[in-house]
Design a protein around this ligand. Structure first.
Ligand code: PMV
Length: 333
């Protein structure tokens, strides 16, 4: 959370922002890493974890967030994705604007305040969610609506700076309110034939997606047959997961998640902390559990019965989880 700066008016009341954007976290159900090599993957929204961007116009470009308070010129490199999202969104809405009363860029600069509940570097899409909230705050401030394709492009430009060569799944997931199947850039909403209860648990260990992706690439160079075999198996498991979701079959989905966790460990992106939480979830009666996102730290995703949420969360906390969040898919079919 940011600490609000005192009101410039000195009367205790913060001036209203000219534009506000919000976005939720995401978790990858299956297919992370394999998706980088063209395999399909499934991502779910985590509506209970959100980010908010507030644009207070006027003055030079400045930020107010956990990582930096002050001019963007003095911002640390970790802020570059946010600044990119902001600048590109300003360029886009001012260029798109053929109105008689054109928006000037200076109307969209000033102080950008970011308030995020999404832990950073945990595979929960924090960087993409922040970029999405910033883009939407600029669009709201300008009055120029941006379509999904334009928002996707702008958020993905920011993600390329945050993660290097990102597949685009995080961008697609934070911009979708429903589960999606992501395959080679194509995004399709998924049908869900029953209720699925998931718990996300945080090891508390930050991890770099770029490092994890780079590690898999190195392993693929050294042992192409092994890595390609695992990518193919993860691809098959994703197809099985789509079918299980559509049929409302939580037992089948749990089994797929367990196998995916083992495959990701063999790709070299596991960790002792992730395994400790996965084991604790299974001991507490989970139907399945796996690491989610880049791995090497970060979070796990657990599938459990509705009656087992409390027991699973307690088991995870006892095993050292720093935070747990529940996300539930209601059947759409
Ligand atoms: O941002 P993360 O840690 O959730 O990872 C995204 C998924 C990866 O497949 C590991 C990377 C990518 O770009 O698809």
């Amino acid at each position: 959370m940011t600490t609000p700066h005192p009101s410039p008016r000195g009367d205790g009341a913060a001036p209203a922002p000219v534009g506000v954007g919000t976005a939720h976290a995401k978790t990858i159900l299956i297919g992370e890493h394999a998706v980088v090599y063209g395999a399909p993957a499934i991502a779910l929204p985590v509506h209970g974890l959100a980010t908010r961007a507030e644009l207070h116009a006027g003055g030079p470009w400045a930020l107010d967030c956990d990582l930096h308070h002050g001019s963007v010129d003095d911002a640390p490199p970790a802020i570059a994705p946010v600044v990119t999202a902001w600048r590109q969104a300003v360029d886009r809405v001012t260029a798109a604007n053929g109105r008689p009363d054109p928006i000037e860029p200076h109307q969209l600069t000033g102080r950008l305040r970011l308030i995020s509940e999404i832990p950073m570097q945990r595979g929960l899409g924090s960087s993409a969610a922040v970029a999405a909230a910033v883009v939407d705050a600029v669009a709201a401030a300008s009055g120029v609506p941006l379509g999904l394709a334009e928002r996707t492009e702008l958020v993905q430009q920011s993600e390329m700076i945050a993660h290097g060569k990102a597949s685009g799944i995080d961008t697609a997931a934070v911009l979708s309110n429903v589960p999606i199947l992501f395959e080679q850039g194509a995004i399709a909403p998924l049908e869900v034939g029953g209720r699925f209860v998931f718990v996300v648990a945080d090891t508390g260990v930050p991890s770099s997606t770029a490092t994890a992706v780079g590690g898999v690439r190195t392993l693929r160079g050294e042992q192409p047959a092994v890595v390609n075999g695992l990518v193919n198996r993860l691809s098959e498991l994703t197809r099985v997961a789509v079918d299980a979701l559509q049929r409302g079959d939580a037992v089948a989905l749990g089994a797929v998640m367990d196998e995916a966790h083992a495959a990701l460990n063999r790709l070299g992106v596991g960790s002792d902390g992730l395994d400790r939480l996965v084991d604790a979830a299974r001991r507490a009666g989970a139907l399945g559990a796996k690491l989610t996102g880049g791995g090497l730290g970060g979070c796990i995703l657990v599938l459990c019965g509705a009656d087992d949420i409390t027991r699973v969360q307690e088991g995870l906390r006892t095993a050292g989880a720093r935070g747990t969040w529940t996300t539930i898919l209601e059947g759409t079919a």
